[in-house]
Design a protein around this ligand. Structure first.
Ligand SMILES: Cc1cc2nc3c(=O)[nH]c(=O)nc-3n(C[C@H](O)[C@H](O)[C@H](O)COP(=O)(O)OP(=O)(O)OC[C@H]3O[C@@H](n4cnc5c(N)ncnc54)[C@H](O)[C@@H]3O)c2cc1C
Length: 344
């Protein structure tokens, strides 16, 4: 575990999106500000119990800006990053017994944490790194594995079906909650089973594909009730060279369109049915509009980015402004893709 390490769990050469984000700068983001947070929910006894369970895998009053690609967010009372599913279950049960709220996160690439931070325990999953082939075409993967590493494993095994992930950052767990994807496909296309741990009692829940309830950028698995720990995928044999050509095309397209050298969480809003959020926003003349250091990217209007030391309040104000304008001009209510957690 790297103290203050990057939210991205990128660990292979295939993961390009977000590479320009400077992990070393992560600790230098926006200041929390005096009195920006509420009182910690954790008693000294809670802290001692978590430290006894997790040793070095728990940090207290941890700034969440260090764990989101937007580099925004006040402190979590505790950030627990258990190194196995068994350890995660023990943490979940301890929190349930103590009445402490638990908020699961993955790589923080689709996360806006409010300036007051998160009360209770933020449950980081990057310690869950199991990844193995199952039979000729299956893969069993734990929630903390990066989608980039998953894709590389599939490529190395000449297994197709995940090429759509080329350049999509994040963890497998976050990907399952979001049904991460691109115009080439989404995780629901290859997922056969998802295992979660229920936050209320630490019991495992296994869902087949239908029970996952995947929809465009979402699923029926509620991050406030369960933490994804594992998924089983089924892929299709495909020659590596073919897959690489597909991924190269996707990456080039992304490279041409995506904003560079600013902290971001990818698309801020979901595309409305049959439309593109970016087109609607751009048609309102909002590219380049700012609130503090939060900006509607001049490169892509659906990317609301942090150009420096933006606070969550700035980004939320910009989100409200964009929504109001798009509603007024186009009569369309934009829905957030980025997940907002924590308190003001
Ligand atoms: C540069 C860039 C490009 C992007 N491009 C794309 C794209 O093309 N397509 C796309 O779909 N997305 C894209 N995204 C968004 C993001 O990569 C995906 O939404 C990704 O799946 C989020 O995974 P994560 O692990 O970072 O989740 P997080 O951001 O950590 O969390 C997202 C949500 O999932 C929950 N969560 C995370 N892990 C778990 C878990 N194990 N159990 C329960 N709940 C959990 C969190 O509470 C939160 O509600 C992009 C982001 C960036 C920064």
């Amino acid at each position: 575990m790297t103290p203050g390490g990057p939210a991205r769990v990128v660990d292979d050469e295939l993961e390009l999106a977000g590479d320009e984000l400077d992990a070393a700068d992560r600790a230098e983001g926006a200041a929390d500000g005096p009195g920006a947070r509420g009182a910690s929910l954790l008693t000294a006894d809670d802290r001692a119990a978590l430290a006894a369970l997790l040793g070095g895998d728990v940090r207290f009053d941890e700034p969440m800006r260090r764990h989101t690609t937007l580099k925004i967010g006040g402190p979590a009372d505790a950030l627990a990053e258990p190194g196995s599913v068994g350890a995660l279950i023990a943490v979940v049960r301890a929190c349930a017994a103590r009445g402490l709220p638990v908020t699961p996160i993955g790589a923080g690439s689709n996360l806006l944490v409010r300036d007051g931070g998160v009360r209770g325990v933020v449950l980081g999953t990057r310690g869950l790194r199991g990844l193995e082939r199952v039979g000729a075409t299956g893969i069993r993967v734990e929630a903390g594995v990066s989608t980039g590493k998953l894709l590389k494993t599939a490529l190395d095994a000449d297994l197709g079906g995940l090429e759509f992930l080329g350049g999509v950052p994040g963890s497998v767990g976050g990907g399952m909650i979001m049904n991460a994807g691109t115009y080439l496909g989404e995780l629901k296309d290859v997922t056969r089973e998802v295992t979660t741990v229920r936050l209320s009692d630490g019991e495992r829940v296994v869902r087949d594909l239908a029970a996952c309830g995947f929809v465009y950028r979402g699923s029926a698995i509620r991050a406030d009730l369960e933490v994804v720990v594992e998924a089983r995928l089924e892929l299709t044999p495909r020659p590596r060279a073919e897959m690489e050509a597909t991924i190269k095309g996707l990456r080039q397209r992304r490279h041409d369109r995506e904003p560079k050298k600013v902290s971001n969480s990818g698309s801020t809003f979901k595309n409305p049915p049959g439309e593109f959020a970016g087109r609607l926003i751009e048609a309102c003349g909002l590219k380049g509009t700012r609130v503090g250091d939060a900006e509607v990217s001049p490169a892509h209007a659906n990317w609301l980015v942090n150009t420096g030391a933006a606070r969550a309040a700035d980004l939320l104000a910009l989100i409200a402004l964009v929504r109001a304008r798009v509603q007024e001009v186009h009569g369309v209510a934009l829905e957030l893709e980025v997940k907002v957690i924590g308190e003001d």
